[in-house]
Design a protein around this ligand. Structure first.
Ligand code: ASP
Length: 328
């Protein structure tokens, strides 16, 4: 479905045009390697730590790796970094001090895998990929996701670093009775989208979620269509910020669908945020941001509030860009 191989055409177009019947099968096979639709690899991701993640993803793409391998390798850099307190190891815990991770991944064929409320496993994105590749499910959560991970060779480890623990204890001391969502509405989830040299798209999204969340809370990041969506014919989108708002508007799917209707990636991100802004009387007191990558390599990024940054890599460049908020 939608995977690019021959001359940028899809298999069904080939059949439609009759080429499949007129070209000798051996000739066709020989040509597959040489006539794939060429693209300059491109990677876009959220936040400052996206720079290092992009660097890793680009290494994969420059060595002719797939977009899928690139997105996984990229976000694993953030997951493994104990100094990034919003993803993987060192992520801020929930209210009770447990680090619970959410992640998902999508490939160019529309396959998807996801894990939510996963504990003690450093690379949820890789577990999500295993769910996608080894099962006919899309999403595993909690203990089931952890058992699945361990069965497939993932190591169980403590993800709560001393730094995150100290910050949590400090937060707990100040906790008031009404602090349900947690005052630290941090937004440093990594969503990363990539296009490889044959024009295929993939995306990954991984997070420890909102800091000090209610135990059991799952955000948008592992939900296909909310935190991430990839349609190889149109483009890909990823989200960060207040996950509940992204879920309620099916954010990333919406961005892709708007691109399908002809919106530029930039306008698609802005319009999807506009839906949230309008629901909140024009002035929401939280942040949501989207990034988008269209199938022709055009990108977009927008945020409700100031402070959002995205990392963009193409050619030899890998740069962090600041985004002006729609509201301030
Ligand atoms: N979207 C994430 C969530 O709601 C938070 C973030 O982007 O940091 O879990």
């Amino acid at each position: 479905m939608g995977e690019r191989t021959y001359l940028g055409m899809e298999r069904r177009d080939f059949i439609k045009t009759g080429l499949i019947t007129t070209v000798a099968p051996t000739l066709l096979l020989a040509n597959i390697e040489t006539i794939k639709r060429a693209r300059n690899p491109i990677v876009i991701s959220t936040w400052n730590h996206g720079v290092k993640a992009n660097e890793e993803a680009m290494k994969v793409l420059f060595s002719k790796g797939s977009a899928l391998d690139a997105v996984e390798a990229g976000v694993k850099i953030s997951e493994a970094d104990p100094n990034i307190q919003s993803v993987g190891l060192g992520g801020r815990p929930d209210k009770d001090g447990h680090v619970t991770l959410d992640a998902c991944i999508m490939d160019s064929k529309g396959n998807a895998g996801s894990v939510a409320y996963l504990m003690d496993i450093k690379h949820p994105v890789s577990v999500a990929r295993k769910v996608m590749e080894l099962t006919n499910h899309v999403m595993l959560v909690g203990q089931g996701a952890k058992s699945f991970a361990i069965t497939h060779g993932f190591k169980e480890e403590n993800l709560l670093t001393e730094e995150s623990r100290t910050a949590w204890l400090k937060w707990k001391k100040k906790l008031g009775k009404k602090d349900d969502l947690g005052p630290n509405d941090d937004h440093d989830t990594i969503s990363l989208l990539a296009q490889d040299s044959v024009g295929n798209l993939a995306g990954a999204c991984t997070t420890s979620g909102l800091a000090y969340k209610i135990p059991g809370r799952v955000g948008d990041s592992p939900i296909i269509g909310a935190g991430l969506y990839v349609d190889n014919e149109i483009g890909a989108a990823g989200a960060t910020g207040r996950g509940e708002e992204v879920i309620k508007t099916t954010g990333s799917f919406l961005v892709v669908e708007l691109m399908r209707q002809g919106y530029t990636p930039q306008d698609a991100c802005r319009e999807a945020l506009g839906r949230i802004i309008r629901r909140h009387g024009g002035n929401p007191g939280f942040q949501v941001a989207y990034i988008a990558l269209r199938e022709d390599g055009e990108i977009g990024a927008a945020a409700i509030r100031k402070g959002f940054k995205y990392a963009l890599s193409s050619g030899n460049k890998n740069k962090l860009h600041s985004v002006k908020g729609i509201i301030n």
